[in-house]
Design a protein. Structure first.
Length: 207
């Protein structure tokens, strides 16, 4: 009589003892490992930030602020205006006659008045735009994290440029926080489009 082969080798789902393999636990562990926060966010944070920046710029244009282009340029470049470089100067070649000199001096006075007016606007607009970003363009978790920065009162508060730099920082790295990086663009879409889900209130748009 032919002996029956007791080996389960090659049998689907079998092991050397003839039982079925239990892979559900291993697969669940693998999924848990995949969900762990990486040091760097896998998506491109600058792309998401660029979307937020465009919407912020559009909002600033609708705020009715004086000289909105100064603030818009600063946000695009993430730098304050070079006020020293922008300061009007009297440029004389030494070949101007008396009338030309007087004309240039008058022109300098006019430019200086406008220059100082723009600087005053900038000081006021910084606070306005900082508040606009904090109240309308960040999630509640991001807002809490920014306020907890040790130099918030000295360096971030009232400075929209530094505020945006910190937002980029938290959107780019996750190892400095205990929570996943916040997708500002998703929060902003809810706020702009006013798309409610279920019984969501207006307050939820900023969460």
């Amino acid at each position: 009589m032919t002996r029956r082969n007791q080996s389960t080798r090659g049998v689907r789902g079998g092991n050397q003892f003839g039982g079925n393999r239990q892979t559900s636990g291993n697969s669940q562990n693998a999924k848990k490992k995949e969900k762990r926060s990486p040091k760097y966010h896998p998506s491109d944070p600058d792309f998401r930030y660029a979307n937020v920046t465009r919407s912020l710029i559009e909002r600033i244009g609708m705020e009715g602020l004086e000289y909105p282009q100064i603030m818009i340029s600063s946000i695009k470049e993430l730098n304050e205006p070079d006020w020293d470089g922008l300061k009007p100067k009297l440029n004389l070649t030494g070949q101007e006659d008396k009338i030309e000199k007087e004309a240039k001096k008058e022109e300098l006075k006019t430019e200086s008045v406008e220059y100082h007016r723009q600087k005053r606007y900038w000081s006021k607009a910084k606070w306005h735009v900082h508040s606009l970003i904090m109240e309308s363009f960040v999630t509640s978790k991001m807002k809490d994290k920014i306020i907890q920065e040790v130099d918030y009162n000295e360096k971030i508060e009232g400075d929209p440029i530094e505020l945006l730099r910190r937002i980029i920082k938290f959107m780019t790295t996750s190892d400095v926080t205990d929570w996943e990086p916040i997708t500002l663009w998703e929060a902003l879409q809810k706020w702009v489009n006013c798309c409610q889900k279920g019984n969501e209130t207006v307050i939820e748009y900023r969460k």
